[in-house]
Design a protein around this ligand. Sequence first.
Ligand SMILES: NC(=O)C1=CN([C@@H]2O[C@H](COP(=O)(O)OP(=O)(O)OC[C@H]3O[C@@H](n4cnc5c(N)ncnc54)[C@H](O)[C@@H]3O)[C@@H](O)[C@H]2O)[C@H](O)CC1
Ligand SMILES: [K+]
Length: 221
Amino acid sequence: MREIDRVAVEEFGVSLLQMMENAGRNLARHVRESGPEPVVVLAGNGGNGGGGLCAARHLANRELDVSVVLDRSPDGLDGAARTQYETLATMGVRVDTGVDALVDREAETVVDALVGYGLDGPLRGIAGELVTEVDGLDTTVVSLDVPSGMVATTGERPGPSVDPDRVLTLALPKTGLSEIDCDLSLGDIAIPAGVYHSLDIPYSNPFEDEYRVDLTRMSET
Ligand SMILES: NC(=O)C1=CN([C@@H]2O[C@H](COP(=O)(O)OP(=O)(O)OC[C@H]3O[C@@H](n4cnc5c(N)ncnc54)[C@H](O)[C@@H]3O)[C@@H](O)[C@H]2O)[C@H](O)CC1
Ligand SMILES: [K+]
């Protein structure tokens, strides 16, 4: 996926924020279809967090009871995640940091946008604490791309990791999800098919007229 991202950006001129907007809008719709309110989005500082923060904007725009809990203070954010955060802050969406904020919110749905395929070692710090807290909550959990704490390529869980009810993975299904036992959907983030072809990846667009396909049924057939 890193190589696909690189080619999409460098050779096809697709920006990270464009791909992230597709991810976030897909995620917001996915959450609306399943998640009762209040919705709490857990967000980290990478592309995964940026997708979750973007979804929070779409949910807030539809007057849903949505708030955000970060795994660091806002001034620790940078790049696309920071950009997404600034918009939410301007909108007046509630953003806090740490486990106490999560506990206070009494979430009915938790959106897991802490870490995606950028996991580096066992989940540590506040992200690890948030994931451990989520596992003790009786909430619907929707993970973006891969459950935080899971190695996207192998499915290994080297430390604390999220046990989601649903996963919305992006662009291509991550190999580490092949054995996952939950609803699995694939979200379109509009990567040009030519990107896959230029990397000799056999690809035919799976989305037809939709922007999301349910992979669970495919794996059951
Ligand atoms: N083409 C695509 O598939 C796109 C995917 N998108 C999303 O972007 C992420 C990958 O983004 P990246 O910035 O490379 O990394 P992550 O956000 O997954 O992770 C960085 C994030 O995680 C924290 N972190 C990493 N390891 C640990 C650890 N061991 N303990 C605690 N915290 C950890 C780090 O601090 C950062 O906060 C992909 O999964 C998709 O969700 C793009 O949005 C669009 C294109
Ligand atoms: K995640």
